[in-house]
Design a binder for this molecule. Structure first.
Ligand SMILES: [Zn+2]
Length: 80
């Protein structure tokens, strides 16, 4: 039986839409993005970020690297 897209491939638990806190630890500093939409496993807590969102996070991290921000904490909606 093929697992559906809403089943966790790691533990077989249910994936539900939720939010995570994304953290990137750079040499120059730390970037924290709160309330990033993601699929989260109810059982083991593993999470998956959509490709589009991951690309935007990458850009945020890149910006912070260029600005050499020591600590940047943003909410996803401000960042998007
Ligand atoms: Zn799981």
């Amino acid at each position: 039986m093929m697992p559906t897209s809403d089943t966790c491939p790691l533990c077989g638990g249910d994936k539900t839409s939720g939010h995570i806190t994304f953290t990137a630890d750079l040499d120059s500093g730390l970037v924290v993005v709160r309330k990033v939409p993601a699929k989260v496993c109810q059982q083991c807590g593993e999470n998956w970020i959509e490709h589009e969102i991951a690309k935007r996070l990458e850009k945020l991290v890149q910006d912070a690297r260029e600005k050499q921000t020591e600590v940047e904490i943003v909410q996803w909606h401000d960042a998007a």
